[in-house]
Design a binder for this molecule. Structure first.
Ligand SMILES: Cc1cc2nc3c(=O)[nH]c(=O)nc-3n(C[C@H](O)[C@H](O)[C@H](O)COP(=O)(O)O)c2cc1C
Length: 209
């Protein structure tokens, strides 16, 4: 029997059934399910938003486990669980509606909670080393405008940021799917068809255990 593929899915659009990033995420998961048995952890940041990073979190992260107060344990709880889920994942699906040229604040908060020195990356004399290994990331980016054209590329701070931050933490297998032009009536339908086509055509990861 084939081993299960552990997927963590991050949903950051608040548009539920109308959301293109969620719909493309659904299509990708359906596709992956046809190829592998899947274990899915779904994190919907509209229903359960990650806490904004504060001083209390940083202090709790820096305190040795056996010295944590009850308050500090609570402050670390979201981060500890999110990292546990991430470490267990083979595949991370990040569904991203573009807001004001970049990622939603909820998704940024999740990243702030999982980017932890000594756990997901560490600094050495030679610079930073990513500690997340054997993971693949699918970025699914929905935007009202079109950013894959040369002219607009410079104003898209979603893909460049996400690729950099995941690579910083050690993940180098990253594939991007886009639904572009969702706010442009004459492009809307075409945008969705084009996005589905990418699922068929873009390089697939080979999942091996
Ligand atoms: C608050 C807000 C800000 C947005 N900012 C941008 C933007 O900077 N550039 C853009 O192309 N589209 C922008 N849009 C449009 C969304 O990216 C577009 O509706 C996309 O389809 C949202 O993803 P979703 O369908 O998964 O919800 C914005 C939408 C909202 C609600």
């Amino acid at each position: 029997m084939k081993a299960s593929m552990n997927i963590v899915r991050l949903i950051s659009s608040f548009r539920e059934k109308d959301s293109y990033s969620i719909r493309l995420g659904d299509a990708l998961i359906d596709k992956l399910k046809k190829e592998n048995p899947v274990q899915l952890v779904e994190k919907n940041f509209t229903l359960d938003p990650p806490p904004y990073l504060q001083q209390q979190h940083i202090q709790a992260f820096a305190t040795p486990i056996d010295q944590l107060s009850d308050e500090q344990k609570l402050a670390r709880a979201y981060s500890d669980q999110a990292i546990e889920e991430l470490l267990a994942a083979d595949v991370l699906i990040v569904e991203v509606p573009m807001y004001n040229f970049t990622i939603p604040a909820t998704l940024k908060s999740w990243i702030d909670q999982i980017a932890r020195s000594g756990i997901t990356f560490r600094y050495t004399e030679k610079g930073a080393i990513g500690l997340l290994q054997n993971k693949k990331v699918y970025l699914i980016i929905a935007s009202g405008g079109v950013y894959s054209d040369k002219e607009m590329q410079a104003f898209d701070f979603t893909e460049s940021y996400l690729k950099y931050v995941f690579q910083f933490m050690g993940i180098t297998d990253i594939v991007t799917y886009r639904v572009e032009g969702t706010a442009i009536p004459e492009l809307k339908n075409q945008a969705w068809q084009k996005a589905l086509k990418q699922l068929e055509e873009k390089p697939e990861f080979t999942f091996t255990m």
